[in-house]
Design a protein around this ligand. Structure first.
Ligand SMILES: NC(=O)c1ccc[n+]([C@@H]2O[C@H](COP(=O)([O-])OP(=O)(O)OC[C@H]3O[C@@H](n4cnc5c(N)ncnc54)[C@H](O)[C@@H]3O)[C@@H](O)[C@H]2O)c1
Length: 673
């Protein structure tokens, strides 16, 4: 008969036999609200059984009731007892145990994602975006770390939704880690089945870089937000390429994990930002970091201060302590001009706590979520409908509103407002307001291959970061395109803008050629021992890594925006070309079933082998996306593909679409009557 003793003896990588004390929760660290628990009695038993399979038998009795308490009170089993005591943070790579650099480097990245200063709900392993987790529970965290400590250059660690399936023999040319999160079979790729699976402890919401272990704090989105705001201004207010947002007002909401970047970005673009946030602790975090400069408590004070600065054409970021709807109501009633307007509440999970209804404090929102979910949903829907009405009025007065990738427009539709749809019925033909990708990011950046390239100096030395900043700047020709000029200015001022939260990391939008040039330069610097090893990666929110019809692929209009071939091919191609870590997720910033997204990590160890991976894999990672965008007839992508074919006669060759005349189509169709 199969016994737990036999099972334990069959494993060398397993949790320790000693039971740890439950660590104290540090006061003042944000805690996740109760998650939706949809399990019946029998399924609750299954969830317990699933969690206990990580635990030696002698502790089952004790932990069964502890885990049951966690499940009933928090909606999930996090296994708090297994969280290591004290502060977790990305230490210098040399301080980690491991048989290979990659194994140690991954540990830096994971720990950085769980740093009290970086993560949204660190005890619940949630890095950002309300629900984006590194893995499901602390048992998995410990096991993953154990695997990484013994991983060799001939093995690959496979992680399925946070669960380390094991180390499997591969080769030195294969990735060291392949991980996926939240992938569901089509029929079950819906909210109901998703909630059940996650409550059972068999899947994980990785968002993008949370579950992809590549989060670098809110800096990760600052450059993209800066690009978006600046280009929105250029597009709508005829600001010249060399101009900035001096004198313009941007209003939005959210100072959380990603949304926290808004204040910093608008300041860098020299505009005035007014950001509403209902959770005072998050305002405090951003204020302490210097990412917002003033905190105000009333809409009147907020707009008064904003006007002072727009009049002077000086920049400032202001945190408004309250609900975005209160702020917009005031602007509508007092006829205040808002130039740029967006929203970054966690609308990919509006009913899970991501969107705070008007009239509730943050504390009341958390309480109501726990006690009366039905009422909470009703209030969210009412608020979203009202929020829409206010935006419509402001847009009528000349405000440019754009959806900022948080599924806001879809949430309004789900709240029952059909008017938000172009066809007045359903989102099949899109929404009446643009998403930032449709108007800005897509045509001006992604279609060329410009995307959120990033790196982490694994030595944890600020000096290394400064050297890489300088080297990256020297790789950019600011006169090539206006995007290069923006990127050049960005990296030139990056240190001065104090962007680092957590590890010594940097984000820098680049196209394929730029990314390759910089990566090769960095690898050479590692080889010459000018800097320690570097982890390269990117946000999944990129040219080729993500299929998401409401966001990254919102400007794909040949009907293929509903397919997920590109992200999947990107993932597979990166594995084939030997990236160190390759990831693929369901959901991301817009919610389960609405996106497939993937990313990578590449450890620069200075070797020539890594030079080859840089040339082949980074090129594929970006140009696969450009090729698909080109095939969808996106003008800048077609131009980029033509240029690439001309310059790469012996390597890549992209197929390019013939263009069809609209007149011809009209004639052909009208001939048929
Ligand atoms: N555009 C992008 O590139 C991008 C990138 C990452 C995430 N996102 C999406 O943006 C959203 C925000 O991400 P995040 O990581 O900041 O999430 P978050 O949950 O950390 O932050 C959202 C913040 O909004 C606040 N909030 C909620 N309702 C509010 C209201 N009515 N008024 C004022 N404040 C309110 C919350 O208190 C919270 O602090 C998510 O949906 C995420 O998926 C977009």
């Amino acid at each position: 008969m199969l016994t737990n003793l036999d099972i334990s003896k069959a494993m060398t990588i397993k949790l320790d036999d000693d039971l740890l004390e439950t660590p104290e929760f540090v006061k003042g660290i944000r805690r996740a609200p109760k998650r939706e628990l949809v399990l019946n009695q029998e399924e609750i038993g299954l969830a317990l059984k699933n969690a206990l399979r990580y635990i030696p038998e002698k502790w089952h009795e004790k932990l069964a009731s502890e885990f049951l308490d966690e499940l009933l009170s928090g909606g999930r089993i996090y296994g708090y007892r297994f969280r290591p005591k004290g502060k977790i943070y990305g230490k210098p790579v040399s301080e980690y145990k491991g048989n290979c650099l990659a194994g140690k480097a991954m540990q830096v990245m994971i720990d950085n994602n769980l740093d009290f200063d970086v993560a949204l709900y660190p005890y619940e392993l949630t890095t950002y975006g309300e629900t984006g987790q590194v893995c499901q529970n602390w048992m998995q965290y410990r096991l993953i770390k154990k695997c990484l400590e013994v991983l060799t250059e001939n093995q690959t660690l496979v992680v399925s939704s946070g669960h380390p399936l094991g180390l499997f023999e591969s080769s030195t040319d294969a990735p060291r880690v392949i991980l996926t999160n939240g992938l569901l079979v089509g029929e079950y790729d819906n909210q109901k089945d998703w909630h059940k699976a996650i409550s059972l402890g068999v899947t994980n919401y990785g968002q993008m870089t949370a579950g992809g272990w590549m989060y670098i704090g809110p800096q990760g989105i600052v450059h993209g937000t800066y690009n978006t705001l600046l280009n929105a201004g250029r597009l709508k207010f005829n600001i010249p390429d060399e101009g900035d947002l001096g004198g313009y007002l941007f209003v939005s909401s959210g100072l959380g994990g990603m949304s926290g970047a808004q204040g910093k970005s608008i300041e860098i673009a020299n505009g005035v930002g007014l950001i509403a946030e209902v959770d005072y602790s998050r305002i405090q975090t951003r204020f302490n970091q210097g990412w917002i400069k003033k905190v105000v408590k009333s809409p009147a004070d907020a707009f008064k201060l904003a006007k002072e600065y727009t009049d002077k054409r000086k920049n400032i970021s202001i945190g408004f302590c309250g609900n975005i709807i209160d702020l917009l109501e005031y602007a509508v009633n007092k006829n205040i001009k808002i130039d740029l307007l967006s929203d970054q509440t966690s609308c990919h999970v509006p009913y899970g706590g991501g969107y705070c209804p008007q009239g509730l404090t943050f504390k009341e929102r958390t309480e109501l979520l726990k006690t009366d979910k039905e009422k909470f949903i009703k209030l969210v829907n009412q608020s979203l409908a009202h929020h829409f009405g206010l935006i419509k009025m402001l847009v009528g007065r000349g405000t440019y509103f754009f959806d900022y990738g948080n599924s806001f427009l879809k949430a309004i539709y789900d709240a029952g407002v059909k008017e938000i749809c172009k066809n007045g019925e359903n989102p099949n033909d899109g929404f009446i307001f643009p998403s930032y990708v449709e108007d800005i990011m897509g045509p001006l950046l992604f279609d060329y291959g410009y995307g959120p390239f990033r790196w982490v100096c694994l030595s944890a030395k600020h000096q290394d970061l400064l050297k890489t900043d300088k080297a990256a700047m020297e790789c950019i020709d600011p006169n090539r395109r206006f995007q290069d000029k923006d990127n050049y200015i960005w990296i030139k001022n990056a240190d001065r803008n104090k962007l680092v939260v957590g590890t010594q990391a940097r984000i820098l939008y680049q196209d394929a050629a730029g990314r390759i040039k910089i990566a090769l330069k960095f690898n050479e610097m590692v080889r010459n021992k000018e800097v320690g090893p570097i982890m390269l990666g990117r946000d999944h929110h990129d040219s080729g890594g993500t299929d998401s019809p409401f966001r990254e692929t919102a400007n794909i209009r040949d009907g293929s925006n509903v397919t997920a071939d590109m992200a999947t091919q990107c993932f597979a191609g990166n594995i084939a070309r030997g990236m160190t870590m390759v990831t693929l997720h369901n959901g991301g910033g817009v919610g389960i079933g609405k996106a497939i997204n993937g990313g990578f990590g590449l450890v620069l160890d200075g070797s020539e082998k890594v030079d080859i991976i840089i040339k082949k894999a980074i090129s594929w990672d970006v140009l696969g996306g450009v090729a698909r965008r080109s095939w969808a007839r996106n003008k800048h992508a077609v131009e980029t593909a033509i240029k690439h074919n001309k310059e790469n006669k012996s390597g890549d060759h992209i197929t390019i679409p013939y263009l069809v005349s609209e007149d011809l189509l009209e004639r052909a169709i009208s001939r048929r009557g």
